[in-house]
Design a protein around this ligand. Structure first.
Ligand code: SAH
Ligand code: SF4
Ligand code: F3S
Length: 452
């Protein structure tokens, strides 16, 4: 028997909880929403059920990501029959809009990724019983309407510099949920970076759906590409590390490749998704690069920065993918020797061209291919980690580990490193000797601590 619907809240929320799903850009958006709500006097609650307002910042990339959101909504019900106010933000909000409230009647607010600066007004609308759905992609950027960054930032902070995608890969929802490619202005990015550094960030990861497609003009009005932006950030005192994600092979300019050789604070790590090793599949995906052109970029990047750690994204079971085509993907993985990589089973997304393509692959076949691909990637990842044993490197300490006195930091190559160190603090950059390696992390001992 189904329960009666939980009672909707009637008073203005005092506390909030933001939960983000999906990519790092969503994590960034979630932080900005939390900062905005805090600036309006709401206080954060650790758990959704303890909060007056829950923001589910959702991801639409694969079917399972969407299912997670609806099961989370169903769980937001207290024993006394009440529930928090529920706002669905992010890419599901953009893709499904008002349909969400029809599928889950307890949703009070639906707000898309380009409209979340309007959340406070939507809360008022919901309390007044008005329609509270906003999936606009306004001309004026949300960034201009958001409060400044919080006074405290984690040692490793995210900064969105570019949003949206014009590439229209045939399987992907992002061009529809995030809109067209837009670059944030140079000065806004540098200001936000300075604010983050002042708030304690030592490392900034520049974010964008196609981050290396960023373009703009510097303070003198000169046109600049993404590498110019990196060089400007490198000049910020106290910013020790720069990273970026996600980059697209077609936007991998020689300037950016050169920056990997020349800019000391640019970390030796590159996430460069390829999706498939088969030219026929790449074409059907509308990736607009070939297997060869991808491998040539990898070669040029390695020539510029021989120790670079490579990462990628793969989709197995794209419609029509044959066993031989899948083996071309495996061969590309073996040839590239990734330090890490993400692989996904193809998920047919409503409204995308690939969802209607013939030759949809059976789930068992996808499972089997995913296992083989992940085994190959894991072997390379383990070998990459093993190769760092005995080396000394700078580790940025980011959080506490499970054991007392244990801290976890990141190597320049984005490996997690566990360190037993009673003396160092989170935010310190420490010199560490790597003593052992596992498939997913390293262990090290401090050689010399340097104050933050
Ligand atoms: N803009 C980035 C990442 C976008 S989404 C890029 O193009 O590289 C992150 C990853 O999710 C993609 O790289 C792809 O591997 C995966 N992905 C996207 N749509 C998918 C789908 N329909 N099914 C399975 N995986 C998908
Ligand atoms: Fe999606 Fe392709 Fe754009 Fe990446 S480049 S966000 S995979 S459409
Ligand atoms: Fe997901 Fe949207 Fe990011 S669909 S991966 S949250 S851009």
């Amino acid at each position: 028997m189904s329960q009666p619907p939980a009672k909707a809240p009637r008073t203005a929320p005092q506390t909030f909880h933001v939960k983000s799903f999906g990519c790092q850009m969503n994590v960034y958006d979630g932080e900005r929403m939390a900062e905005m709500l805090s600036a309006r006097g709401l206080t954060p609650a650790a758990e959704g059920l303890d909060a007056d307002l829950v923001v589910l910042n959702t991801c639409h990339i694969r079917e399972r990501a969407v299912d997670k959101v609806y099961s989370d909504i169903g769980r937001l019900r207290r024993e006394d029959g009440t529930r928090p106010m529920i706002a669905v933000a992010g890419c599901v909000a953009q893709a499904e809009g008002a349909e969400i409230s029809r599928r889950a009647s307890s949703v009070d607010i639906v707000v898309g990724p380009q409209a979340y600066h309007r959340l406070p007004g939507l809360i008022d609308d919901a309390l007044a019983g008005r329609d509270a759905v906003d999936t606009d992609m306004p001309v004026h950027s949300k960034f201009d309407a958001l409060p400044g960054r919080a006074r405290r930032a984690s040692p490793s902070a995210f900064l969105t510099v570019q949003e949206g995608c014009d590439k229209f890969c045939t399987y992907c929802v992002v061009p529809y949920t995030r809109g067209a490619e837009v670059s944030r202005p140079w000065a806004a990015i540098l200001d936000e970076a300075r604010a983050l550094v002042d708030a304690g960030a030592r490392e900034i990861t520049l974010l964008g759906q196609n981050v290396n497609a960023w373009t703009g003009e510097d303070e003198a009005g000169r046109p600049q590409g993404f590498d110019g932006l990196i060089r400007a950030l490198d000049r910020l005192p106290d910013l020790a590390r720069i990273r970026y994600t996600t980059s697209h092979p077609n936007d991998m300019t020689q300037g950016l490749i050169d920056a990997h050789a020349e800019v000391a604070s640019l970390m030796p790590f590159l996430h460069l998704p390829v999706q498939s090793g088969s030219d026929r599949v790449l074409k059907a995906m509308n990736r607009s690069h070939s297997r060869e052109s991808y491998l040539r970029i990898v070669e040029r990047v390695r020539a510029a920065r021989p120790d670079i750690a490579l990462s990628g994204d793969f989709i197995v079971g794209f419609p029509g993918e044959t066993e031989a085509e899948f083996e071309e993907t495996l061969a590309l993985v073996r040839a590239t020797r990734y330090a890490q990589a993400y692989s996904f089973k193809y998920s047919a997304r409503p409204g995308t061209p690939a969802a209607d393509m013939p030759g949809q692959i059976a789930p068992e076949v996808m499972d089997e291919r995913l296992q083989r691909l992940q085994a190959a990637i894991n072997a390379d990842q383990h070998a990459f980690n093993e190769a760092t044993v005995g080396k000394r490197m700078q580790i940025l300490l980011e959080r506490r580990g499970r054991h007392p006195g244990q801290l976890i930091g990141k190597s320049p190559w984005l490996q997690s490193v566990h360190i037993e160190t009673p003396d160092a603090r989170i935010g310190d950059m420490v010199e560490v000797d790597i003593v052992s390696a596992g498939p997913n992390s390293l262990a090290g001992v401090v050689a010399a601590a340097r104050a933050a």
